[in-house]
Design a protein around this ligand. Structure first.
Ligand code: 26Q
Length: 820
């Protein structure tokens, strides 16, 4: 196959061609948006050829493939990433410049693809990048939401408002509609067992919806391998037959929320909470059913016996959201392929893998049995059968242990009964893993403890998360990436795919010239962020201050409150100082960004407090030189790409044992920012890698958390006694220092009363850790050395390492190289 010519002359020609033919516009009268589209279409031509060749090779070689099922893919922008991965950035820069455009302006016209809430969705995107870069035959499967995560607006009072994200309004050049690839997916109806001596049943009636495929090309870094992300869109089935409705379901089926198109209309904006919404359940089934049908169609084309499915297919469940893949595969094998139960269960058990991303009880997915029976009657039968066989086996191993049976059952007793999806995912999978060492240990010793005792420890593992260094270093911090390449005298195509090579910059920490360049790059990244804030918010930032950043979803367990209360404490301390004494204090700029789930009242109140603290502090002539606060609205992947390279320190301060891993902690450290954190999630492994002297740890440890919570409930100590500094801060808020104090009472009361997330226990050590940061920052030379040493030791946190662990230790997958 002939490739696309990639010299500058050919690029400008292709660009102009796309302007005239694909866009039907004049090159002489083109705005930046049109130019972005033309550039994107021209780059896409390269991707399509590589994609075709990759898929052809997979078909011809028939390797084992892995499928990553995720309800979220937080991709961000594509053009810059595609240019860098293809090695065409310089040529396109020249090409568009010759036509009178700046590449930076064009890149800025692209809208983020924001089909995710946060960490879990961005992890899926990093894993796709790494799979392609490591030439692994991996496809992603997800949903093509018409509206991604909501746009966040902040009202003048500081309230979060949500607006829809119509990201598809300007045509999306990165997707290929596959109107010929579609499947029918059934909901509701009746399931009747055949009772013919087989476990088979027939499932008929109800609503049938069409799933249509849209393909997104995923280019690897400096390789031809271009994998696929297949996103499903729901459509009504044509020739819709009202008679097929079960009379009892008629009303339910014609409600607007149940209409076919509604299924993929919007991403649910909640993370870490589950509530049994029927439409969410329909999303989950629609997506798993379409994906499995597609995966099995591809398998059937191989002409292999059905029992060989595990030799050709590995299915990775990104959290419990796709757990219905387990009963759905059983349904297909039993009802359609006529397999007996044990054979079918054996296939499922050797094909499916489950990654857990949380141990917070409120985040563990459960679905009411009556809802499941209504929407998916056949699957509910299968789940009951799985449960029956499973509990019989448990009873055999632990005779008479009824408590254990109750704890392990797939069905939680109550009104209504609920299906425990993590239990189903666990027993249906070949392996189960957590996402950082501490978290994987907690999975094994808390939520799945009984399952470890029953199935043996070897089923349970850990794959510490990773991040792609292409986006999170080369793309977002090109100057640092260039400096590293120049210093190591190693091509980016080598070290960006073998991140352990970073260690070779370690000796340069002692090189004053190198340090100077390093510091100058950090400074320019701070100016770039200041410029972003100036143009978007009209605010001027002091770029000579220390930049302190906390950016993540708003959640009580992530403790943005601890941070803002710490800021107020610093402010009160500054106010109490003489002007002379103040002059010795580090200037600090504190940045916050992040979205709150629309119904999460306390999280929204935290945003309101941050915005109002910022309003008061940034206007106070006594202190504004020393301490300012910014809440940047509408946090996104693209905003992260500007914030992360600019940080001196970042905060990852969850209550110990609550943050499964965290991945932004890795992004900051890879960009030479230091970390203030609790002994939680991947913070621990980062500290192990970069050395404890390069991170600022504080707070109680995981084993203490339960005891402290018990103490809060049964032996509470008045806050004035336990933590006077904090009590003073809370009082100032109540007294109205940041506007109507009464507004914040519900938030303050979470701390004064139950304090489930241990703010009162960790406040003093948090303040002490920040004092250590101030102290360390005074010695600029040593600070830069810490920054360099940190980056040098971050190799482990490449998502290439993580995805290769999945490929080798879980999926048994081999790389496939695509002929040049
Ligand atoms: C479930 C049911 C119904 C509605 C929504 C949900 C739902 C949606 C998203 C539940 C959870 C999520 C997202 C979870 C998440 O992002 N977890 C994070 O995953 C990261 C990648 O492993 C970790 O680094 C973070 O520690 C973890 O919080």
């Amino acid at each position: 196959m002939r490739g696309v010519d990639t010299d500058v002359a050919s690029i400008t020609k292709s660009f102009v061609n796309h302007v005239q033919t694909s866009l039907a516009r004049q090159a002489s009268n083109l705005d930046d948006l049109g130019a972005y589209q033309a550039a994107a279409l021209s780059v896409r031509d390269n991707l399509i050829l590589n994609w075709n060749e990759t898929q052809l090779t997979y078909t011809r070689k028939a390797p084992k493939r892995a499928y990553y099922l995720s309800l979220e893919f937080l991709m961000g922008r594509t053009l810059d990433n595609a240019l860098l991965n293809l090695g065409l950035k310089d040529q396109y820069k020249d090409g568009v410049q010759k036509l009178g455009f700046s590449i930076e302006d064009l890149l800025d016209k692209e809208r983020d693809a924001a089909l995710g809430n946060g960490g879990l969705g961005r992890l899926a995107a990093c894993y796709l990048d790494s799979s392609a870069s490591q030439e692994l035959p991996v496809w992603g499967y997800g949903l093509r939401y018409k509206y991604g995560i909501f746009q966040q607006l902040i009202s003048p009072e500081g309230n979060q408002l949500e607006a829809p994200d119509p990201w598809l309004d300007n045509q999306n050049p990165w997707e290929l509609p596959r109107l010929d690839v579609s499947y029918e997916v059934r909901f509701y109806g009746q399931a009747e067992r055949l009772n013919d001596g087989t476990p088979r049943a027939s499932w008929t009636g109800g609503q049938e919806v069409l799933a249509v495929a849209y393909d997104v090309m995923i280019p690897g870094c400096y390789t031809k391998t271009t994998n696929n992300l297949r996103l499903w869109e729901s459509k009504p089935k044509r020739g819709f037959d009202l008679n097929s409705f079960n009379a009892g379901n008629y009303e339910g089926a014609v409600e607007s929320s149940n209409s076919a198109a509604a299924i993929t209309s919007v991403l649910y904006p909640n993370d870490h909470t589950t509530f049994g919404k029927e439409l969410r359940l329909k999303q989950q089934y629609f997506w798993t059913a379409a994906s499995l049908a597609d995966i099995l169609r591809r398998f059937r084309n191989l002409g292999k016996p059905i029992t060989e499915i595990p030799d050709y297919i590995a299915i990775q469940l990104n959290d419990t959201h796709p757990t219905l893949a387990i009963p759905e595969l059983m349904r297909i094998l039993i009802d359609e392929e006529d397999l007996d139960w044990d054979k079918a269960w054996n296939i499922v058990n050797n094909t499916v893998f489950y990654t857990n991303h949380t141990v917070l009880p409120e985040a563990l997915e459960k679905w009411p049995v009556p809802l499941m029976e209504h929407v998916l009657p056949r699957h509910m039968q299968i789940i009951y059968d799985i449960n029956l066989f499973f509990l019989q086996a448990v009873e055999k191993k632990f005779p008479g242990d009824r408590d254990r049976l109750g704890r392990m059952s797939l069905i939680e007793e109550g009104f209504p009964k609920q299906v425990r999806m993590a239990h189903l995912a666990c027993i249906g999978s070949k392996k189960v893993n957590g996402v950082a060492e501490l978290h994987s240990d907690l999975v094994k010793t808390t939520i799945l403890k009984d399952f470890v005792e029953f199935e043996g420890i070897s089923k349970f593992g850990n794959v510490t998360n990773g991040i792609t260094p292409r986006r999170w270093l080369d793309q977002c911090n090109p100057e640092l990436s260039d400096l590293i390449s120049k210093t190591l005298k190693v091509e980016k195509s080598v070290w960006l795919k073998n991140l352990d090579k970073l260690e070779e910059i370690l000796p340069f920490a002692e090189d004053a010239r190198f340090r100077k360049e390093w510091a100058a790059i950090k400074q320019r990244n701070k100016e770039r962020l200041a410029h972003y804030v100036q143009t978007t918010l009209g605010l001027t930032i002091n770029t000579h201050a220390m930049f302190d950043v906390q950016i993540k979803r708003l959640h009580e367990y992530k403790r943005q409150t601890l941070n803002i209360l710490g800021v107020i404490h610093r402010y009160l301390t500054l106010k109490a100082m003489s002007p002379e004494a103040r002059k010795k204090v580090n200037h600090r700029v504190v940045f916050f960004a992040g979205k709150a789930a629309p119904a999460y009242y306390i999280a929204k109140l935290t945003i309101r407090l941050i915005v109002n603290v910022a309003r008061i502090l940034n206007a106070d002539p006594d202190t504004k030189e020393y301490l300012t606060v910014y809440f940047l609205p509408d946090y996104s992947v693209s905003v992260a790409e500007v914030l992360i390279p600019a940080s001196d320190i970042s905060q990852h301060i969850s209550t110990a044992g609550t943050e499964a891993s965290g991945t932004s902690n890795m992004k900051f450290c890879l960009n030479g920012g230091l970390l203030v954190g609790t002994v939680d999630g991947a913070n621990i492994e980062i500290a192990e890698s970069v050395g404890e002297s390069n991170v600022f740890f504080f707070g109680h440890l995981t084993p203490d958390v339960e005891d402290l919570r018990y103490q809060h409930l049964y032996h509470p100590i008045p806050i004035e006694e336990k933590c006077p500094a904090l009590a003073n801060v809370l009082n100032k808020i109540s007294e109205g220092m940041f506007g109507d104090g009464g507004v914040y009472e519900p938030l303050l009361n979470t701390i004064r009363q139950i304090d489930h997330y241990l703010i009162t226990d960790d406040f003093d050590s948090y303040i002490a850790a920040l004092a250590m940061v101030d102290e360390a920052y005074l010695d600029k030379t040593e600070w830069i050395k810490k920054s360099i040493r940190t980056v040098a030791k971050m190799g482990k946190f490449s998502s290439d390492r993580a995805i290769l662990e999945y490929a080798e230790s879980y999926w048994n997958l081999e790389a496939v190289s695509i002929a040049k």
